[in-house]
Write a protein that binds this ligand. Structure first.
Ligand code: 3PY
Ligand code: MG
Length: 255
């Protein structure tokens, strides 16, 4: 529908996305001027609601950028609504079992694969497709991405990846590090986490799924691309805003 699903599926690699939690569509407008391959609106820990997300998705479309949304945990009805307003993909957190993954696939794919209900009004406006063209292409041209970030999900990773309608996997290294340490620490960038990330990339390859991950900054994002991820986040909006501000203050004080 916007080419994003094709790009990520064919494994061209090197895709870098913005990650926005501040619920202002103008943030999308500004970050869309940079050379990101996609933009993610975070509705789990960020503070978007469906109305502002719909306008944010429109701002991304205006700038020619695909916009994905991360839904709150278990909020599968919102997954359908976000696709209806033009999201190019859905990232669902805390997918811990095949049945969680099936619920995601049902909400995001039209029959016979899933049970997505009809009503993509803004998606039709954005894509310029007829109703039938959209119906025929949406399952392929939008992506459903399951987050693996708990011990249960690690144990069930193969079953989750086997679910038809799940296009890719997104790993949350922060929650994963909390799980691996039994709640003792949040440490997303350690050798222990890296070992699990490498294992999950290999499982994704075996199942023909693409692999995505959160990187807490640009340098980490580069390391994760090198590791073999198809799609990485290069830090969140709040962190980029603050580190830009901090470096401006430091520069001013150095003169
Ligand atoms: C995690 O690291 O747990 C995420 O969900 C990505 O921010
Ligand atoms: Mg998480």
């Amino acid at each position: 529908i916007d080419g994003f699903a094709t790009r990520i599926r064919r494994g061209e690699g090197g895709l870098i996305s913005a990650w926005i939690g501040i619920p202002d569509p103008l943030f999308v407008n500004h970050l869309a001027q940079e050379d990101f391959d996609a933009i993610v609106l975070d509705m789990q820990h960020g503070v978007w609601d469906i109305g502002t997300a719909a306008v944010g998705i429109g701002q991304g479309r205006l700038a020619g950028k695909p916009v994905l949304a991360r839904i709150p945990v278990g909020d599968f009805p919102s997954a359908s609504r976000l696709l209806d307003v033009g999201a190019s993909g859905i990232i669902a957190p805390m997918i811990n079992s095949a049945s969680d993954a099936e619920a995601l696939a049902k909400a995001t794919k039209y029959p016979p694969l899933g049970e997505r209900s009809w009503g993509p009004t803004l998606a039709l406006n954005h894509t310029g497709l007829t109703a039938n063209e959209y119906l025929m292409s949406a399952n392929e041209q939008t992506v459903a991405i399951a987050m693996i970030e708990t011990r249960a999900a690690l144990d069930a990773a193969d079953e989750i990846m086997r679910v038809e309608g799940i296009d890719g996997i997104f790993i949350g290294p922060s929650d994963l590090s909390i799980a691996l340490s039994d709640g003792a620490k949040v440490a997303p960038d350690t050798a222990e986490v890296d070992g699990v990330l490498k294992h999950l990339i290999a499982r994704c390859r075996a199942h023909g799924k693409f692999a995505c991950v959160f990187g807490s900054n640009g340098e980490r994002a580069g390391q994760l691309l090198r590791m073999g991820f198809d799609f990485v986040i290069a830090g969140a909006d709040t962190q980029q805003l603050r580190s830009g501000a901090a470096s401006a203050i430091a520069a001013a004080r150095r003169v």
